[in-house]
Each structure stands twice: as C-alpha cells, then as structure tokens.
Design a binder for this molecule. Sequence first.
Ligand code: AMP
Length: 284
Amino acid sequence: MSLSPLVTSRAELADRLAAVRREGKSIGLVPTMGALHEGHLSLVDASRRDCDFTVVTIFVNPTQFGPDEDFRRYPRTLEADLTLLAKRSADLIFAPPTDDIYRPGHGTRVAVGAVAEPWEGRIRPGHFDGVATIVLKLFHLVPADRAYFGQKDYQQTLVIRRMAADLDVPIEIKICPIVREADGLAMSSRNAYLSPAERVQAAALSRSLRLARQLVVEGVRDASAIQSRMASVLGEAGIDHIDYVALVDPDTLAELPEITGPTVALVAARVGTTRLIDNEILRP
Ligand code: AMP
C-alpha cells in the first residue's frame, strides 16, 4: 500500500522520516507557507536533484506576521498546492495545524542579531524572530541533510544561515535563484493580492533592479546615483510608497557608498496595500 504524501501530525512525520533514514536515503527540506508557485516549485526541483527524499512543509507561521499584517488573509490553497507537488514528485508534504506547532505554553523566540536588524527587520519588528523560530523548529522536526530557500527573500537567507551556523544546525543551507514572471515580477504568493492595474505597476520593482544592473555594467559606481535612478523607475510607475531602495554588502547588509565588488540591490515597496520585495546581486 502506498502512503499518502500529506502528513499533518508530528508523530506520523517522525515515523515516516525514521523509515526514510533506515533506508539510508538523504532528505531535502523545502519550507513554505503554501499558495505555491513556480518559485517554490524550483526549490522542490533543486531538492529532488540533490536528495533522495524531498519534504515540503506548508505552514502559515503566525509568529512572523506583525499585528497589522496579513496573517488572516494570507492565501491558503492546500488542495491546489498538493496537486502541484504531486506533479513535481515531492515525496512528503507536512502541513500541521497551527496549535500542533505552537503548543500551549510556547514561549521561546530565536533572535538572530545584527543581520536581522536593518531593512525588513526595521519595518517588520519581530518578523525575523518568527522566521528563525519556525525554521529552527522545522529543522528539528525534519532532520534533513539540506534545506532549500529562495534568494527572493535575500535578508531571510542571511538570517537563516546565521541562525544555523550559530546554533550548530547540521543541515546544509542551499539558496536558489529568483523565479520571475515574464515581465520580471518576482513570483510571490502575495502577488495574488494585486489588482490588474497594480500588477502592471508591480513590474517596476524588477525594472528598477534591471536598471541598476545596467548602470553597473555601464560603469556607474556611485550608489546614490543608482538608488535615485531606481527610485525614479518606481515613481514613474506610480509607486509612491517606497520602504527602501538600497545597495548593500552581500554579507552584512551594510549600505555601500560605492560599488567596488559584489553588491546586493534591495527594493521594498507597497503597491496599493500589497508589500513587495525584490533584489538582485550586482557584480561590477
Ligand atoms: P514563502 O512561502 O513565501 O515563505 O516562501 C517559501 C520559500 O520559497 C522561501 O525560501 C522563499 O524565498 C522561496 N521563494 C518565494 N518566492 C520565490 C521566487 N520567486 N523564486 C525563488 N524562491 C522563492
């Protein structure tokens, strides 16, 4: 009898993974909040290439949402997600109930430090504590060989790498490229919130990043000149709520005045009520 790929209880998860381990198989973990798109599925593909057994987790993690954020309305599309994951041959999907992950009395939060403080950390206080907490819990629940994350959430990748290194997590962290729509918009579950007009505006984020790359290719090295051109692209598209446009050190996220080596261009803006982020690694 073949086992259902969907598992909702921690006990069954532990049993199933113990059996996988007994067979000597390597395990890949892909943590998600569901509402899956090709960005998520690219992580599944990467895990399937590297590992014998791929576990996808689907859990909308309440502790990473601020009180005024979209936890309640975040898209939840489990049936469609399971269909997509069956097509991509994920081996096991762990979709636990919230109160089985945060059980009565839960009090611990993982605070990662400096790399979690600027940019998203400043605008979404507590967000990265929530991310680090859930990812560490998932690392314990799914003792994988490798775990897959998207460069789409650039600062998050640094937070997770820092947490895993600091807390001696024996899981290799793999970062996969950003998957984009045809017009460049980075795929995101939150794109579903955009009206047709906002969807057109949203393409300006990736356009601003392409412009930054182009300017660096042309030899521009002054970060503030690049930033202001990026902001103009957003402004011309009618995006008037920019959280930040920044050129930063890829490891520390400190702002750089001049492009002298690999630099990450970060952009975060609100399109209507939807907050979008994107980034690109610039190499002079
Ligand atoms: P989320 O469900 O938004 O928490 O995302 C789960 C994982 O998918 C995270 O590691 C994200 O960085 C990654 N991800 C989300 N969007 C994309 C994308 N467009 N390309 C690549 N990875 C992505």
